[in-house]
Ligand binder design. Sequence first.
Ligand SMILES: *[C@@H]1O[C@H](CO)[C@@H](O)[C@H](O)[C@H]1NC(C)=O
Ligand SMILES: *[C@@H]1O[C@H](CO)[C@@H](O)[C@H](O)[C@H]1NC(C)=O
Ligand SMILES: *[C@@H]1O[C@H](CO)[C@@H](O)[C@H](O)[C@H]1NC(C)=O
Ligand SMILES: *[C@@H]1O[C@H](CO)[C@@H](O)[C@H](O)[C@H]1NC(C)=O
Ligand SMILES: *[C@@H]1O[C@H](CO)[C@@H](O)[C@H](O)[C@H]1NC(C)=O
Length: 274
Amino acid sequence: MLLRSVLISIFALPALVTSSSVIGGVLSPNARNIKAMKRASSNDTSTRTVPTPGKLRVVENSGVCETTPGVYQASGYGDLASDKSIWFWFFAARNNSDTAPLITWFNGGPGVSSMVGLFQELGPCRIKNDSTGVDLNPTSWNNNANVLFIDQPVGVGFSYGTESVNTSELAAADVWKFLQIWFADPRFNKYASRDFGIWTESYGGHYGPTFAAHFLEQNAAIQNGTHQGNYMHFSFGVKDFDLGFRYFPHFSESLESSGSFGTYSTSWALLLGF
Ligand SMILES: *[C@@H]1O[C@H](CO)[C@@H](O)[C@H](O)[C@H]1NC(C)=O
Ligand SMILES: *[C@@H]1O[C@H](CO)[C@@H](O)[C@H](O)[C@H]1NC(C)=O
Ligand SMILES: *[C@@H]1O[C@H](CO)[C@@H](O)[C@H](O)[C@H]1NC(C)=O
Ligand SMILES: *[C@@H]1O[C@H](CO)[C@@H](O)[C@H](O)[C@H]1NC(C)=O
Ligand SMILES: *[C@@H]1O[C@H](CO)[C@@H](O)[C@H](O)[C@H]1NC(C)=O
């Protein structure tokens, strides 16, 4: 099941480019969109292509995937270091984006790109069954939340650079650094004060709680003045959809104590001290 979605994710995007590029010898709108997406990964509004540590490279409103009029989107890289770049794709909420929470999405794996979630699960568009393009997803999670998809750790999906992360704790530290860079950017600074959520699946049963623990620890250090940075206003629990990872000790404890699927996100919230 997991392997299948990894394979689909690896092959679906190239297929999208080649099959729609050749129709009638004229680029279809979708092929143009995919080209725009490729550009989004290689330059920013000032056409910078070289990573600058601590900064973002951003393309705003590429027109790819989210085509609802007036809905803001941005994609690009956060450069943690000259050799570590994290790919993100952000979609503002279709409804009330000025007050909607900010949620982050991480696929699991380890090693699965969050573009699987974006294009096959909860994103604003879905890849068509015949791979010729995408359809708008009317039930996208960005209907009512600002959604930030992140490929991590470095080496997964479009994130690239020196692959030094080999534990969830190290992954958490890099994602926190990325989020700090993202919040520091004037385009995204306003989201730092929003309610913040972590959403993930599958191996994310490891990532989610590890990330939350790290972020909360960083929050505490920001509050007591030992660290500078943006405080994250956790309000959601961390929820993992895949019960297959119930052996992860904290996760299984919380499942057992809550006694049912329906309440386990609440028990997560308790476990993590929200
Ligand atoms: C990215 O670079 C290409 C070629 O260098 C340019 O045509 C394109 O407009 C740039 N895109 C953005 C969004 O800056
Ligand atoms: C696409 O394929 C899925 C899985 O086979 C199927 O459930 C869905 O109905 C198909 N969608 C369309 C528009 O044919
Ligand atoms: C936006 O909010 C309105 C009012 O709550 C609701 O009727 C509508 O379905 C929402 N739109 C989306 C895309 O969720
Ligand atoms: C992670 O990599 C470091 C450096 O290569 C190594 O010392 C460490 O044992 C590795 N940890 C795990 C869990 O593989
Ligand atoms: C500040 O908070 C961090 C994280 O909880 C903790 O490790 C550190 O000891 C605290 N420092 C002080 C001076 O309270």
